[in-house]
Design a protein around this ligand. Structure first.
Ligand SMILES: [Zn+2]
Ligand SMILES: [Zn+2]
Length: 300
């Protein structure tokens, strides 16, 4: 199995440089769960380089409270150094740890060419594409009362439609390799009235872009109480031939490889034989049953 979605820092933690020992602890925990390769995929918005590039994307927000909240959240997060993070991951791999270098990249409407240009300067293996925010609304920030109140003033189906559109745009832009937690907007427990249309659009976004879709245990730790994607959406991805990764989306070592066996059961039930792995953003498929590691060398 793979755990292709891992964070080094909880959201409340800041200004801590990653260490090889930390990565080694992640790998050790993963291996006890039968995970043979992990991807470090810290949020792009944790880094000062993103701050320099994207600061002020909230300026168009007409709701001053939401704009101020986004600015505060951003200021709290965008503090680490991307170069140090990259060097740590590469040093961990050089030391023999089964780790690939990734990043979780949010969708910034109209700014993705700038994001791609920044990221092209680093030797990433895999880039996760995510939508956590619609404009400045952090619909998945369960601990933020302002963000959660929006669920009571917005139409649920309109929120889902906006979310799916953002995923479509993210996929069409070609910046990333994997659709992370593809139906994340269910996180707080609000489901669309007609999911089939949403599923069809999400599947088409993956198929037309060539992106893989992530099967993540993180949803089981949220009010949605369901893996990402929903079982019916997962079935649609598989039927359409969309390759899959598996992930925990852990933000601490205790959640690394969380519920890997349950993810394996889902793959089993759908007769999925391989997972998609990446080196330097080139895909290769690995058998998750035999737990075969990916190629040790980086393709040119
Ligand atoms: Zn995420
Ligand atoms: Zn994440």
């Amino acid at each position: 199995m793979l755990d292709y979605h891992l964070h080094l820092w909880p959201h409340g933690q800041r200004d801590t440089a990653p260490t090889i020992d930390q990565v080694a602890a992640y790998c050790e925990r993963a291996q006890t769960a039968g995970v043979t390769e992990i991807a470090l995929t810290e949020h792009l918005f944790r880094f000062r380089q993103a701050d320099e590039l994207l600061r002020g994307f909230w300026d168009d927000e007409p709701d001053p409270a939401l704009a101020a909240s986004m600015k505060s959240y951003w200021d709290d997060h965008a503090r680490a150094d991307l170069d140090t993070y990259v060097e740590c991951a590469l040093a961990a791999r050089a030391a023999g740890l089964p780790v690939v270098l990734g990043l979780e990249v949010d969708y910034y409407r109209g700014r993705m060419d700038d994001v791609a240009a920044l990221l092209a300067g680093y030797p990433f293996d895999v880039l996760l594409g995510s939508v956590h925010w619609l404009g400045t609304w952090r619909f998945d920030d369960l601990d933020d009362p302002l963000s959660m109140r929006q669920w009571t003033v917005r139409q649920i189906d309109a929120a889902w439609s906006d979310y799916v559109m953002a995923i479509e745009e993210l996929a069409a832009g070609g910046t990333c390799d994997v659709l992370a937690h593809p139906d994340l907007i269910k996180v707080a427990g609000y489901r669309p009235a007609a999911p089939d249309e949403c599923w069809a659009r999400l599947v088409e976004a993956a198929v037309s872009s060539g992106m893989a879709a992530e099967l993540s245990s993180a949803g089981w730790r949220k009010p949605a109480d369901e893996a990402y994607p929903a079982p019916t959406l997962l079935r649609e991805f598989v039927a359409a031939g969309v390759p899959l990764t598996t992930a925990s989306d852990a933000h601490r070592v205790g959640d690394v490889a969380d519920r890997t066996a349950d993810l394996a059961d889902q793959l089993d039930a759908l007769e999925v034989a391989t997972l998609r792995a990446f080196r330097r953003r080139k895909p290769h498929d690995v058998s998750w049953r035999t737990a075969a590691p990916g190629p040790a060398t980086v393709p040119t």
